[in-house]
Design a protein around this ligand. Structure first.
Ligand SMILES: [Zn+2]
Length: 263
């Protein structure tokens, strides 16, 4: 009986043949099913189709809103129009335009007259008066050439002079800030000259005058410092005549980005 079951009997070849047939037949049977019937049913496919798309859209929207909330400035700079009308240049990631940092225009109420037609913020005006007085006391003829400048005046100085001198925007920006990007707009910056050497006014060789040497020795006592020294990292040309006041919390805050950049 046992020998009949295990040994080669009449049924053994039949079972082996069936198993072989099944093994060979399986792929054939699968290929016989039409592709459309082998995949999921269409309703389920449709549902799986829009869900990931909607999920991705929601995640992207949340990411976009988050970026706008966290980085409104850089995104506006990247996606918005160029900041100065008439200039195609855009601000860099650090906010600079052609080397210059952006500055808000001081309100008229914050300004006091420091010389006829020239005004500064109150603290800067007091410090400048003391500086001029002490320079005069030392026999130095230090003159105030320019103080607060409105954005409208800066616009004229940038565009009209650029046109008159046939300069490109980049060339002009090396010697003058575009409107909205001038330290003079803050009411904390001044251009100084030497009354005994007026030919050096607003030129690099002002640094050869007695007035400049006195400033180098003494300006820090009155919280004034040179904004654009020789080979400054901002890429603005050397301006030995241009000094900014950093003697108040507000002034320090306004020039913090420039300070950090040039450190
Ligand atoms: Zn200046």
């Amino acid at each position: 009986m046992v020998a009949r079951l295990l040994g080669p009997g009449p049924f053994a070849p039949t079972i082996a043949a069936k198993l072989e047939t099944r093994a060979v037949a399986r792929p054939a049977v699968r290929d016989d099913i039409p592709v459309a019937r082998r995949t999921l049913n269409p309703a389920l496919r449709r549902r799986r189709g829009w869900r990931p798309v909607l999920g991705t859209a929601v995640v992207l929207l949340a990411l976009g809103v988050g970026l706008v909330l966290v980085f409104p400035g850089p995104l506006r700079r990247l996606l918005g129009p160029p900041p100065v009308q008439g200039l195609s240049a855009r601000q860099g990631i650090d906010g600079r335009l052609l080397g210059h940092f952006p500055y808000a225009e001081a309100k008229a109420i914050a300004l006091v007259e420091v010389a006829p037609g020239q005004s500064l913020r109150r603290e800067a005006a007091q410090a400048l008066r003391a500086l001029l007085q002490d320079a005069a006391g030392s026999g130095v003829d230090l003159r105030l050439l320019s103080a607060f400048r409105s954005e409208a005046l800066q616009k004229h100085l940038f565009f009209d002079v650029k046109a008159a001198r046939n300069q490109s925007a980049e060339e002009r920006a090396r010697v003058s800030a575009p409107p909205g990007f001038s330290e003079h707009s803050t009411g904390y910056a001044v251009d100084l000259g030497d009354g005994s050497r007026p030919q050096t006014n607003l030129s690099a060789n002002f640094d050869q005058t007695p007035a400049f040497h006195w400033l180098k020795q003494n300006a820090n006592r009155y919280h004034f410092q040179l904004s654009f020294p020789l080979n400054n990292r901002q890429g603005v040309s050397y301006e030995p005549w241009h000094w900014r006041f950093e003697g108040s919390a507000d002034a320090l805050r306004q020039f913090e980005a420039a300070q950090r950049f040039n450190r």
